[in-house]
Ligand binder design. Sequence first.
Ligand code: DX5
Ligand code: ZN
Length: 237
Amino acid sequence: MTSRHRDLLAHPPHRPLVAASILSADFSRLGEECHSVLAAGADLLHVDIMDGHFVPNLSMGPAVCAAVRRACPETFLDVHLMVTDPLAFLDPFAKAGADHLTFHVEAVEDPAAAISRIASAGLSTGLAFNPDTPVERVLPWIAEVDLVLVMSIHPGFSGQAFMPEVLEKMAEIAPRLRPEQRLEVDGGVNPTTAAACREAGVDVLVSASSIFGSEDYRGQIEAIRGAGTTASTPQGA
Ligand code: DX5
Ligand code: ZN
């Protein structure tokens, strides 16, 4: 377990973490954008990897992750693999400085083996599932991972509308997690939908367009985190 991992888990469960997804950053100024959202209070960076096969889009690869690591040496990098063969990318992303890998349950035949491989590489583990996938697909494995990711859009693109029907999946998973485990939501998260997700037990809120499309990163991050929760010390900025 890396020190960044320990730092992330050290936050008490009642304090939601905001993960800025760099998918909506200005890629021509990526390092600067990462520094800006971290200085504005984002707790970690979410790195969306798409292979054009598992999802109908391409995004970025290990070289971009490595560039973000160089720009932000101390920041927790949460890599979300939306790819057909996630284990093929374990070593490249571990070498690129990822702290955490989330893979999709729909993409693997043996989730337990995938979790074990990622953990053995020293990264924290995440299990994601799509809006069309029943919660029963992930329940057998949730005790084994550090984080469960509930997709609240069909993955592939930022800027889509939140799907409220996934809230009941969050409410089903949240009480089954141990205090040191995290429940993450990804897709269509803005200050309004974030409130509903927090109410359902989510404590890691991923946002791309709502943060990077805002004129006020700090205000937007604080609104997503929710009233009454304290902003963290910026990391890696
Ligand atoms: C989409 C990605 C998300 C995306 C979210 O498939 O997994 O992380 O960046 O974008 P917004 O927050 O704009 O819905
Ligand atoms: Zn994502």
